[in-house]
Design a protein around this ligand. Structure first.
Ligand code: ZN
Length: 475
């Protein structure tokens, strides 16, 4: 975008991982039979009264604290009125004028550069139900089914300031936000199950201008890839409209994944009037500062702090540290194995290699097993290649690494007395090649080392074999 600056803001909905819903005691588990987790309260039947789930407030505050927000001891609920079949009460309970948290921020890396995005506010609200269309979309469907299991699950809506400037930056922000939510344990943030959803606002302004352009809201961004692609598409579309002397319409657009483009949904004039007013059935929240202190004390080490600690205290590269930060289970193992006096980089390399693939299929090994295996390599009992073999049987057998080594007779043979006869045999079997090597074709050394390795089923120490070969051939 040569002539324009791009301005992006995000609104993220995060479903909170509470056992029961926000305002009633219905279960929240995903995948239950349709309409099996509903009650008169979340169905909005007349005469029912909501009751606030304390855990949802705790999780909302915890998210705010992890994002450096100001937590408001006083906050209030409002009714947002609109008519749609996924909303049984015909209003959503949310926080409008007095949200739970304001003024936070999130820091994250984009290509090794640290960025900071301001969080304007975080508020609590309830989830709507889910419509299941008979066709591909509501427009080409004969009928739609409605499932209210999701209605009333607690959500937080996180709103950023419009200070994101590239589609890729938006994606990396969202990835870091998701990681943070997982670290603090308030949500499982599965985009494919809808427990993390994102809408994006994007506008363009002439380069360097301080006046914001007309913004377009993009909905239906169901993956990180969709977010980045939709923003790239919209950035290009708006710059073409503006470069052609046109005007960008203020509207909501939806992202069509298959077509790879955004489509107009409704313009500003069609925006509903929500007639928001204070919720009469719920008292305002008045949080005890001591309670908030306790929540703050329970915020664990966050991803960025962990990344810095891994780089600083363990000397890991950004690449290695990022791997561990992104996969907390691997990181936990790293800390446990590293404690046992093994080289930090050896431990990460091991975890990132074949181990990662096997652990994802079959579950993790204990730190004890891993350190035993790495120690066997470290002390030279087995080679790297043999370690791979031991590793794959570790996942299936109940034996320890040492037991597997013994059982299979795996060990590095570096005793010249055992290797020399094998070497002589290999040389005797290849007289032509021996002559060529002696005539100066030294790359044949690796051929002979390979032959000796084969003859010893990979047990020979290749360095020792190389040395012995040189002795034997007088070079
Ligand atoms: Zn209910």
């Amino acid at each position: 975008m040569t002539n324009f600056d791009t301005v992006i803001g995000l609104e993220i909905h995060v479903a909170l991982l509470t056992e029961s819903k926000f305002l009633c005691s219905c279960k929240t588990s995903f995948g239950a039979p349709p309409n099996s987790q509903c009650c008169p309260v979340c169905l909005g039947l007349p005469g029912t009264l909501p009751l606030i789930n304390e855990k949802a407030v705790e999780y909302g505050a915890k998210a705010g604290l992890a994002l450096g927000c100001e937590i408001h001891y006083f906050s209030r609920f409002d009714r947002k009125n609109y008519f749609y079949p996924d909303l049984p009460k015909a209003y959503q309970i949310t926080q409008d004028a007095f949200p739970l948290c304001t003024n936070g921020f999130l820091e994250y890396y984009v290509d090794d550069q640290l960025f900071r995005t301001e969080i304007t506010r975080i508020h609590l609200e309830e989830e709507a139900g889910k419509l299941i269309h008979s066709g591909q979309s509501i427009v080409d469907s004969e009928y739609s089914l409605v499932d209210y299991n999701r209605a009333g699950i607690p959500l937080i809506e996180i709103v950023t300031a419009p200070d994101i400037h590239h589609p890729k930056q938006a994606r990396l922000f969202l990835e870091q936000l998701r990681l943070l939510m997982r670290y603090i344990g308030v949500s499982d943030t599965k985009m494919e199950e809808g427990s993390l959803r994102c809408d994006a606002n994007i506008s363009l302004k002439p380069k360097g201008s301080s006046v914001l352009g007309t913004k377009v809201e993009i909905k239906n961004l169901n993956s990180f890839r969709a977010l980045e692609r939709a923003l790239e598409y919209e950035e290009l579309r708006q710059s073409q409209v503006l470069s052609g002397g046109g005007v960008v319409r203020q509207e909501s657009r939806t992202w069509d994944e298959r077509a790879g483009k955004t489509m107009s949904m409704r313009s500003k004039g069609d925006a509903p009037d929500y007639r928001i007013f204070p919720e009469p059935d719920l008292p305002p929240l008045n949080l005890d500062p001591v309670w908030v202190e306790l929540i703050a004390a329970n915020v664990p080490e966050l991803p960025l702090a962990r990344l810095r600690r891994l780089e600083r205290d363990y000397g890991l590269s950004r690449y290695d540290a990022t791997f561990l930060v992104n996969y907390p289970e691997f990181c936990e193992l790293f800390f446990q194995v590293a404690e046992r006096g093994l080289g930090y980089e050896d431990v990460v390399n091991f975890l990132m290699g074949d181990y990662a693939r096997l652990a994802r299929e079959k579950g993790h090994l204990s730190a004890e097993r891993i350190s035993e295996l790495l120690t066997l390599v470290d002390e030279g009992t087995i080679s790297q290649g043999q370690a791979k073999e031991v590793l794959s049987s570790l996942f299936s057998s109940g034996l320890s690494p040492r037991e597997i080594v013994q059982e299979r007779g795996l060990e590095v043979v570096d005793d010249p007395g055992r290797l020399e006869p094998v070497i002589r045999e290999v040389l005797a079997a290849n007289p032509d090649l021996v002559r060529r090597l002696q005539d100066g074709e030294t790359k044949l050394y690796s051929f002979f080392v390979g032959q000796v390795m084969r003859a010893t089923q990979g047990k020979a120490d290749p360095e020792v074999v190389h040395k012995l070969l040189r002795g034997e051939l007088g070079k």
